[in-house]
Design a binder for this molecule. Structure first.
Ligand code: ZN
Length: 231
């Protein structure tokens, strides 16, 4: 007779200090990690409950896959993929930085929810090229009040200069002594615009993918910004 021993490690924290913790309603053995106190199973009756699958769903969403692509690759229903991403994104907070920044670039790019022609949404954001962080963002229309909403999110920060293009809302909102206008000043943030469209499929041009609700549009952009800021 031969005996096979398998070592179980926690999928959340990789610790090996594990104990058995009863059986789930599906009959599968449940485990508890003594280090992080999270429960897990070795075999999941439902694939979407597996933390490793959840991690893949998240990574695919942030590296250019649409909801259906992810569902097809990982063998999950699109509705399950969307539910997982919504749950994850809701827990993420908007950027909350403090401190001093010398040169902050501000720009806006458009996308849409439901209808390309009638429902344009503008994502306004402020980027610090030195730390490579997105300091704040606001999704709204392309007007002065949306620009002001972004500026309000930056008022807690000590910023020396703002660089923008010549869109008129900027000169109405940003203090003239700190505001510099010119395409040559916004090269870093222009590259970030391209990253958004490359990595979030719903923002990519000429695809069938787009957001069906403002809620998911906001959640995906927030999730992506958080991902970039911690990278
Ligand atoms: Zn653990």
């Amino acid at each position: 007779m031969c005996e096979i021993t398998t070592h179980v490690c926690c999928p959340h924290c990789q610790d090996t200090n594990i104990k058995k913790n009863g059986r789930k309603a599906t009959g599968k053995q449940n485990f508890l990690c003594r280090a992080c106190h999270k429960q897990f199973q070795i075999e999941y009756a439902y694939r979407g409950a597996n933390p490793k699958v959840k991690e893949l769903v998240l990574r695919m969403a942030l590296y250019g896959s649409g909801i259906r692509d992810t569902g097809n690759v990982l063998d999950l229903y699109p509705s399950s993929v969307l539910r997982m991403l919504r749950k994850h994104a809701k827990k993420i907070k908007e950027p909350d930085f403090q401190g001093h920044y010398e040169e902050v670039e501000v720009d806006e790019f458009w996308s849409f929810v439901r209808c390309r022609k009638k429902c344009k949404r503008w994502c306004w954001y402020a980027y610090d090229p030195q730390s490579r962080k997105i300091l704040a963002f606001h999704i709204g229309r392309r007007n002065t009040s949306a620009c002001r909403a972004l500026y309000k999110k930056l008022t807690g920060l000590d910023i020396d200069c703002f660089f923008t293009d010549d869109y008129k809302a900027y000169s109405k909102v940003f203090p003239a002594e700190k505001h510099y206008v010119g395409k040559e000043y916004t090269t870093h943030i222009e590259r970030r615009n391209r990253d958004f469209r490359t990595h979030l499929k719903r923002l990519a041009r000429r695809t069938v993918c787009h957001s069906k609700s403002d809620e998911m549009h906001y959640l995906f952009i927030k999730m992506y910004i958080n991902h970039r800021n911690i990278a």
